[in-house]
Design a protein around this ligand. Structure first.
Ligand SMILES: [Zn+2]
Length: 177
């Protein structure tokens, strides 16, 4: 198993690719017409793929991963590690916590499986954005939580309310439509 690290280059995917991928995930879950995506339920739906979750008590988390991090995907263990308060926030529909978990799920989906091989890049500065795993994870998370086909005519306010995301996330996604 390749250990995932930031600064690695992954095979290129476009926003369009990720939009189609997100739509397929929604279709498979019967959520093609639902603006609200139950991101915590998707965590559980990933068990059959061999991707598990581990929730850490906040104090343990801070010692192990540091306060700056909220969740981390480990490709080696195929585990999405999540800080307890972030998990609880996502359950309570806190937009920031929902996006954090969507971002890690996106890493798991994009870095897992045979279709995506993680390749070491020569340097972090020259990675085109569509090969940057962080860009890909943010993009897929955005497309999952705020799908183009449902949100393209919504206001930022509507996207925030209906998709349970932050204003910043809604503005960012709307700018991509
Ligand atoms: Zn990330």
């Amino acid at each position: 198993m390749v250990k995932y690290q930031s600064g690695y280059e992954v095979p290129p995917v476009s926003r369009h690719d990720l939009r189609v991928y997100a739509k397929n995930i929604r279709n498979n879950l019967g959520l093609s017409q639902a603006p609200y995506f139950p991101i915590v339920a998707l965590l559980e739906a990933m068990y059959p793929m061999g991707i598990n979750q581990d929730i850490f008590d906040d104090d343990d988390w801070n010692r192990k991963f540091g306060k700056a991090k909220h969740a981390v995907y480990s490709l080696t263990d195929r585990i999405i590690n999540i800080k307890q308060s972030v998990y609880d926030g996502a359950v309570a529909d806190c937009g920031r916590d929902r996006f954090t978990i969507a971002h890690e799920i996106a890493h798991a989906l994009l870095l897992d499986g045979h279709n995506v091989q993680v390749a070491k890049s020569r340097g972090t500065e020259n990675i085109p954005v569509f090969k940057d795993p962080e860009w890909q994870a943010d993009c897929l998370a955005g497309e999952l939580l705020m799908p183009y086909h449902l949100c393209r005519n919504m206001s930022v306010q509507d996207i925030m309310v209906q998709c349970k995301v932050t204003e910043q996330a809604a503005r960012c996604q709307k700018s991509k439509f």
